[in-house]
Design a binder for this molecule. Structure first.
Ligand code: F6P
Length: 337
């Protein structure tokens, strides 16, 4: 068999470990040929690719980013800049031209949506979910998330001492797109006093009360963790900046904000993401061998399994209101808005 692999959408730690998991299993166990398609679906349209062999896989386990490069090309998007090219037809033609028996698409929500379109067009496709945001429906967890949470947690840890030294409120904005997974997990792990999630309504009055009550009890600082996707009233500001300015205005306590940004998705994956990426990559090959196409690799409890792309593509997995960690935090006096 000859298979293609591509990475699409925003990068995250663990993509290269997944490429390695797919390729090593495919080559070592099944003698497959593997080609790496460059820059996501763009490379499939442009026929930009390389043969991957055992030598090209050296050093991938620990490496951040993606050796194949990525893009946000969406070939099935209705409004295309150059509408003279029929991208869905070109994509199908190129899969045939390359002689691919399967295409493995590693990516987030947008990528799984494209993979589902390909499956509907009769192409042999397998999706592997990846994102630091952990917001892909159909899987309990995505690789990249645990690394991002560790990085955000370390950043929050470091804010405690400077906040205390200056008697300030420190607001930290973390990534997550429209979901609050990174904010909740890093906020809990980093000892946040206030954790603001897009899934939960908030009131500035409640937030400020919780900060002033804490200070009256003798704590001279507070840590506020804000998810980037938190809805705010001022579209010119980032969520973290908006919340910081409101807190300072309403409490009179000096407040600073930090936007953690792309450090959360750069660099080496943590050990648990390396394991998850490896398991997911290997499982994708098993699906190919069994010719179970049109599916996305997924985690269910402790098991690696798969779900039909058409049941999950395009659905964002938000935090449930009664997530166990939110309930736990509330019992401990953490303010969730
Ligand atoms: O989906 C991952 C993510 O890092 C989000 O957390 C963030 O909102 C977005 O990508 C940023 O994407 P871009 O690379 O387009 O700036």
């Amino acid at each position: 068999m000859r298979i293609g692999i591509l990475t699409s959408g925003g990068d995250c730690p663990g993509i290269n470990a997944t490429i390695r998991g797919v390729c090593k299993t495919a080559i070592h166990s099944y003698g497959m040929e593997v080609i790496g398609i460059h820059s996501g679906f763009k490379g499939l349209l442009d026929l930009d690719y390389e043969e991957l062999n055992k030598r090209s896989l050296t050093g991938l386990l620990t490496m951040g980013g993606t050796i194949l490069g990525t893009s946000r090309e969406k070939p099935y998007k209705k409004k295309q800049i150059d509408s003279s090219i029929n991208k869905p037809a070109l994509l199908a033609e190129n899969v045939r031209k390359l002689g691919l028996d399967a295409v493995v698409c590693i990516g987030g929500n947008g990528t799984q949506k494209t993979a589902n379109h390909m499956a509907k067009a009769g192409l042999p496709v397998i999706g592997i979910p990846k994102t630091i945001d952990n917001d892909i429906y159909g899987t309990d967890i995505c690789f990249g998330f645990q690394t991002a949470v560790s990085i955000a947690t370390e950043a929050i840890d470091r804010l405690h001492s400077t906040a205390s030294a200056h008697q300030r409120v420190m607001v930290i904005e973390v990534m997550g797109h429209k979901a609050g997974w990174i904010a909740l997990y890093s906020g809990m792990a980093g000892g946040g006093d206030v954790i603001l999630l897009p899934e939960r309504a908030y009131s500035m009055k409640n937030i400020c009360n919780s900060i002033t009550t804490r200070m009256k009890r003798g704590k001279n600082y507070a840590i506020v963790v804000v998810a980037e996707g938190l809805p705010i009233d001022d579209s010119d500001k980032r969520a973290g900046e908006y919340i910081a300015r409101q807190i300072e205005r309403m409490t009179g306590v000096e407040t600073r904000e930090t936007v953690l940004g792309y450090t959360q998705r750069g660099g080496s994956p943590c050990s648990s993401d390396r394991i998850l990426a490896t398991r997911m990559g290997s499982h994708a090959v098993e699906l190919i061998v069994r010719k179970e196409f049109g599916r996305m690799v997924a985690v269910s409890g402790k098991e690696i399994t798969s779900v039909p792309l058409n049941e999950v593509a395009g659905i964002t997995r938000l935090l449930p209101q009664n997530h166990e960690l939110i309930l736990q935090g509330e019992k401990m006096g953490i303010c969730f808005g």
